[in-house]
Ligand binder design. Structure first.
Ligand SMILES: [Zn+2]
Length: 660
C-alpha cells in the first residue's frame, strides 16, 4: 500500500481563562474543515488543539476558586474538551501544557537552544504590580496596573533571555525563500517590516511566577508564556521523538491575527536555534465583530456556540462562519444574518433541493433512482456546468477561499432549481415518453445533488451524511475521494434512504429569541460552572456585564403587570410553511383569542382541543410568520432542544380565572 502524504495542522493552544466563544470556535471549525478536506484528498491528517494552562492568571483564578492550580486547570481542560466534543470538533490530539510530555518537550527545546548558544542569563527590568505579583507587559514607569488599578513599580529580576536579535537575517531569508509561509499576504508585509525594524532579545523565564514549567536545575525559574505555549504544537506529535511520528514540521498553524507575530517570528526563531524543522505555513484569520466592535467578556457581547448549535444545528453555524466572511478578513456577526442565511441557503437551498428531489423520485419511481435511456441537451449542459465546478471548488478550498468555494457549490444548487423550474417534471404525464423524460430529469438532479453533497461535506459533515444516505449511495460520504469525483458516478437503481429533516425552516424572531435565552442561561452565574467564573473574575473581566436579567429579582408590582388567565383551546391547526407553529383559538373567558404557539412538533392539533392552558393575555399582539398572535401560551422549555411542555392544571378551573 502506498504511504499517504501527511498533513499536520493546529489551532492555537487556547488560554484557559474562560470558556470558548465564537472566536475560538471559528478557528477550530476552520481547522476541522481543512482536516476533513485533506482527508478526502487522501492525506493522512493530524489536527491538534489544546489548552494553555500556566501563568499568573491561572494562579489567581485557582486561588479565587479555592482549589489547587492543578485541579483548576484539569476542570477547565475538561470543559473545553467536552464542548469541542459536543460541537463535533474532535481534534486528533488535545495537548495540555501541564502534560508531562509537554513539560519534557519545553525543557528539551530550551536545552537545545542553550547548547547552540542562543540562551543567556541577564536582568529583566519591567513594571511590576506587587498586589498581583506580576509584571505588567508593555507598561512604562508611572503606569497603573490594568488589573487592579494600583501604581506599578519598576522591578528588576534575573531571567533567561533568548537571542532573538540573532535571527533577523535568518528570518528575513526564510520569508523570502518561503513566500507562502505567512498568510494572508497583507499580514506578511506587516511581519516583514517588523523584523526589518530590528529584533530585541526575549525574556523567556520568570522567577516571580510560581505556576509554570520549571527550568531544570535553575529553580525558581519557570518558562514564560510563549516559550511554553508555542512548543505544545511539537509536543503533541512526539516532542523529542517527533521523527518517529513523522508529522513535524506542521503544515499549517491557524491563528487569530492578534497572535501572528509570535507564530511567525518567535516560533520559527526558537526552532531555528534548536536546529529543528520550521512549520510550512501560518494562516491568520480576522475577527468576528459584534456591532463593529471586538467581542469581549467585559463588553458582554460574547457570542457562544452552544445555543446556536442547539437551535439551528452545528452545520448551520459552520456554514455561516465560512460563508459570511472572506477568510483572513474581519466580519460582522449577527444573529439576524445567521438565521437569514440558514433559511435561505440551507432550508430553502440545499434542504429543499434534497427533499423535493427525493419526493419526486419517490412518487414517480417508487423511491428508486431511475436510469435514463437518453439525455437531452439541457441535461448535458447541467452536467458540464457541474463537472467544471468540481475543480474550481477544490482549488478554492485548497487556497482557504471557503466563502468562494461555498458560493460555487451553492451556484450549482441554484442551477438545479432553475433546471427543475424550466423542465417541470411534475407537469409530465405517465406516458412512456414522459416517464423516460422524468427519469432523465430526476437522475440529472440526483447526480448534481450527489456532487454537491460530496463538495459541501467538509463544511456540513452532519447534514451531507444525511443527504448521502437519503440518496441511497454506498459507503460514507467522508470516504469519497475528492480527486476522483466526477459526473456520472451516481449509483442508479438504488432505493432511496429514509427521508429525514435536514434544515427545518425557522421563524427568525422566534429563533433569535431562543438562542439569546439559551445564551443568557449559559452565562448566568447559577448555570455556569464556578470554576469559569472565578477565572473570569480573576482576569479582570466583569461576569456581571454579560449576565442576563433573568437572575434579577423583581417587585410584586412588576409581576402584577403581567396578566395571565386560564384559557381553553377551541380550535388548533397547523400553519402552512411554519413547521413549528400551531394556530390556536383560545377562550379566555371574556373573548376568544387567536394565538400562535411554537409547539407543532410536539403536540397534535386535535389532541389540544378542549385543553385548559395558562395564557398571557395582555401581551401586545405580534405577527409570527404572517399570522397574528394575540397573547401567549405558557410552556416549559425542556432539554437542549427546548421541547415545549404546556403548563396546565390538575384540578378543574374556570375559564378566564386570573393567575396570581
Ligand atoms: Zn495589580
Amino acid at each position: 500500500m502506498p504511504t499517504k502524504e501527511k498533513f499536520y495542522l493546529t489551532t492555537p493552544i487556547y488560554y484557559t481563562n474562560g470558556l470558548p466563544h465564537i472566536g475560538h470556535t471559528y478557528t477550530t471549525v476552520v481547522a476541522d474543515v481543512v482536516r476533513r478536506f485533506k482527508r478526502m484528498r487522501g492525506y493522512e491528517v493530524v489536527m491538534t488543539t489544546g489548552t494553555d494552562e500556566h501563568g499568573v492568571n491561572v494562579e489567581r483564578a485557582a486561588k479565587k476558586a479555592g482549589i489547587p492550580e492543578s485541579e483548576f486547570v484539569a476542570r477547565m481542560a475538561t470543559e473545553w474538551r467536552s464542548l469541542w466534543y459536543e460541537l463535533g470538533l474532535n481534534a486528533d490530539e488535545f495537548v495540555r501544557t501541564t502534560d508531562l510530555k509537554h513539560v519534557r518537550t519545553v525543557q528539551w527545546l530550551f536545552k537545545l537552544c542553550r547548547e547552540n548558544g542562543y540562551v543567556y542569563k541577564d536582568h529583566y527590568t519591567g513594571q511590576y504590580c506587587i498586589y498581583d505579583n506580576a509584571f505588567v507587559t508593555d507598561a512604562k514607569p508611572g503606569d497603573n496596573c490594568p488589573d487592579c488599578g494600583r501604581p506599578t513599580e519598576t522591578v528588576t529580576e534575573e531571567n533567561y533571555f533568548f537571542k532573538l536579535s540573532a535571527f533577523q537575517k535568518p528570518l528575513l531569508d526564510f520569508y523570502r525563500k518561503n513566500p507562502t509561509f505567512i498568510q494572508p499576504e497583507t499580514r506578511k508585509n506587516e511581519i516583514v517590516s517588523f523584523v526589518e525594524g530590528g529584533l530585541k532579545d526575549l525574556s523567556i523565564t520568570r522567577t516571580t511566577i510560581r505556576w509554570g514549567i520549571p527550568v531544570p536545575g535553575e529553580e525558581p525559574h519557570v518558562f514564560y508564556v510563549w516559550f511554553d505555549a508555542l512548543t505544545a504544537y511539537l509536543s503533541a506529535v512526539g516532542g523529542p521523538e517527533y521523527e518517529r511520528r513523522g508529522m513535524w514540521p506542521a503544515d499549517l498553524h491557524l491563528v487569530g491575527k492578534d497572535i501572528i507575530r509570535f507564530h511567525t517570528v518567535y516560533w520559527p526563531a526558537f526552532l531555528m536555534a534548536a536546529m529543528l524543522p520550521v512549520p510550512k505555513q501560518v494562516w491568520a484569520h480576522g475577527w468576528f465583530l459584534m456591532d463593529a466592535s471586538k467581542m469581549s467578556k467585559s463588553k458582554g457581547n460574547v457570542v457562544l456556540p452552544r445555543p446556536i448549535a442547539n437551535m439551528l444545528g452545528m452545520d448551520a453555524l459552520r456554514y455561516f462562519l465560512l460563508r459570511e466572511v472572506v477568510f483572513g478578513q474581519d466580519g460582522n456577526f449577527s444573529y439576524d444574518a445567521l438565521v437569514t442565511r440558514y433559511n435561505s441557503d440551507l432550508a430553502n437551498g440545499l434542504g429543499n433541493l434534497a427533499s423535493r428531489t427525493a419526493a419526486m423520485i419517490e412518487k414517480n419511481f417508487a423511491g428508486r433512482i431511475p436510469k435514463p435511456a437518453a439525455r437531452a441537451r439541457q441535461d448535458d449542459a447541467l452536467a458540464k456546468e457541474t463537472q467544471s465546478a468540481i475543480g474550481e471548488v477544490l482549488e478554492r478550498y485548497e487556497n482557504m477561499e471557503f466563502a468562494r468555494a461555498l458560493e460555487t457549490i451553492w451556484g450549482l444548487i441554484g442551477a438545479a432549481d432553475k433546471y427543475l423550474t424550466s423542465e417541470q417534471p411534475w407537469a409530465l404525464s405517465d406516458s412512456e415518453v414522459d416517464t423516460q423524460r422524468k427519469a432523465a430529469i430526476l437522475s440529472t438532479t440526483a447526480e448534481l445533488l450527489r456532487i454537491v453533497t460530496v463538495l459541501a461535506h467538509p463544511v456540513l459533515p452532519e447534514s451531507t451524511a444525511k443527504v448521502w444516505s437519503l440518496l441511497g449511495q454506498p459507503g460514507s460520504v467522508s470516504d469519497v475521494e475528492l480527486d476522483g469525483l466526477r459526473w456520472g458516478q451516481l449509483a442508479a437503481e438504488v432505493q432511496l434512504g429514509k427521508a429525514q429533516a435536514l434544515f427545518p425552516r425557522v421563524d427568525k424572531t422566534e429563533a433569535i429569541e431562543r438562542i439569546e435565552a439559551m445564551a443568557n442561561e449559559e452565562q448566568s452565574p447559577q448555570a455556569a460552572p464556578a470554576v469559569a467564573h472565578a477565572a473570569a473574575a480573576a482576569t479582570g473581566s466583569t461576569g456581571a456585564a454579560a449576565a442576563p436579567a433573568v437572575s434579577e429579582r423583581i417587585g410584586i408590582e412588576d409581576f402584577a403587570k403581567v396578566e395571565m388567565r386560564v384559557g381553553q383551546i377551541k380550535t388548533a391547526e397547523r400553519i402552512v410553511g411554519a413547521d413549528k407553529l400551531l394556530k390556536l383559538t383560545v377562550d379566555i373567558g371574556t373573548e376568544i383569542r387567536q394565538i400562535c404557539a411554537g409547539i407543532a412538533q410536539y403536540y397534535e392539533p386535535q389532541a389540544l382541543i378542549g385543553r385548559k392552558v395558562a395564557v398571557v393575555t395582555n401581551l401586545a399582539p405580534r405577527k409570527l410568520r404572517g399570522v397574528e398572535s394575540n397573547g401567549m401560551i405558557i410552556a416549559a422549555s425542556v432539554g437542549p432542544e427546548g421541547r415545549p411542555v404546556l403548563a396546565g392544571f390538575h384540578e378543574d378551573v374556570e375559564v378566564g380565572a386570573r393567575l396570581k
